[in-house]
Ligand binder design. Structure first.
Ligand code: GLY
Length: 360
């Protein structure tokens, strides 16, 4: 039994940590104290954390700050996992998911399968502020975005279109789509970078990207907010919704405890409500790192054999980013080494995620 599981078991059995001689610092202990501003994000979010940190320092609400921060990545045509330039669904259409959660009011807003709008996190923020709902999808989400003045545009860049086309042309030798004999070197490079070495042979296999950006922030008063925004699983079945817009799966914040958000295989988080679990583990005394690692271990246990390698390890990527009310933070991942971004009084930098397994 892990330390965290043991602690939770003892709580359920009415055995106090003090009686057992274990020092479990409650996440709420520092609630009344001033904590420094901290902003964390997935490894693609260093500029997002820098922007959000500066805005919080200038007195902005952490939720406005993280939404403005991730807009930098939503705008970036080179990030193929988020917003403009994101990889499309199997029909070549970019469909975006995003959510926001505001700790002080415990309100949330989200959009799923949104087409043609490059800043879905901003639309999610309007869902939170200007509706009595939490989640809008597809055509309804687009109508809502238009009503709030968001401009429609084609989000499929030439780079993303060529990557999609190669995927389509190389899926099967039994259909009529033939690969380009003069392949774009940028596309070849992309497929190389997203291939995983199989542990039981030297073969490599293309792993469909599930990149995303999550960004969480805490201000000096201890108020917490977060957002997750993504183009989702590359080449997904149209209409597929991942974890990012689902509160409790791709992100969760409780202003009395902390926040947790995720990047990677969304289906694993939908099946385990992982971000909610991460926050609940912190509520019960786990540090951000312990909580994130415990969620990963639970996911390993519930992963179906089809998605595991010969050694029983999930063959997909999954990461969590956690902040606790007292300002502690962590990034954890199934497969390391992997980095996450942090901005605090010491500046903006990438730090190492704690990981369960080392990449082969
Ligand atoms: N975590 C992003 C997705 O699976 O859609």
């Amino acid at each position: 039994m892990s330390d965290v599981s043991r602690r939770l078991f003892m709580q359920a059995a009415g055995i106090s940590a003090v009686a057992a001689g274990i020092h479990a610092a409650p996440a709420r202990a520092a609630a009344q104290n001033e904590v420094g501003i901290k902003v964390i994000a997935s490894g693609n979010g260093a500029e997002a954390t820098r922007k959000a940190y500066e805005m919080i320092q200038a007195g902005e609400d952490p939720l406005d700050a993280v939404v403005a921060g991730v807009a930098i990545v939503e705008d970036d045509p080179l990030d193929t996992s988020v917003g403009y330039g994101g990889l499309p669904n199997e029909r070549g259409i970019v469909e975006l998911d995003a959510a926001v959660m505001h700790g002080p009011t415990h309100k949330a807003g989200s959009v799923a399968s949104l087409q043609n709008i490059r800043h879905p996190a901003q639309v999610a923020l309007q869902v939170l502020r200007r509706t009595d709902h939490v989640l809008l999808v597809g055509a309804g989400a687009l109508d809502f975005a238009r009503a709030h003045g968001f401009q429609e545009e084609n989000l499929l860049t030439d780079h993303a279109r060529k990557i999609w086309l190669k995927w389509k042309e190389t899926m099967s030798e039994k259909d009529d789509w033939l690969p380009d004999p003069n392949e774009d070197p940028g596309v070849a490079q992309f497929f190389h970078e997203h291939s995983i070495a199989l542990t039981d042979s030297l073969a490599r296999r293309f792993r469909r990207p599930t990149g995303t950006i999550h960004c969480s922030a805490i201000n000096a008063k201890g108020d917490i907010s977060c957002t997750t925004t993504t183009s989702g699983l590359a080449f997904k079945i149209p209409g597929r919704v991942g974890d990012s817009p689902i509160i409790g799966a791709g992100l969760y914040a409780d202003n009395t405890v902390g926040s947790c958000g995720s990047t990677g295989r969304g289906e694993a988080n939908l099946q385990n409500l992982s971000s909610f679990a991460g926050v609940e583990l912190m509520r019960n005394g786990a540090s951000p790192e312990e909580a994130g690692m415990e969620v990963l271990r639970r996911i390993v246990k519930t992963t179906e054999p089809r998605l595991k390698d010969k050694e029983g390890r999930p063959d997909f990527g999954l990461s969590f980013y956690l902040i606790s009310k007292d300002g502690r933070y962590a990034g954890v991942t199934l497969w390391g080494p992997e980095k996450y971004a942090i901005s605090d009084a010491n500046g903006t930098r990438l730090e190492d995620c704690k990981y369960l397994y080392r990449k082969p």
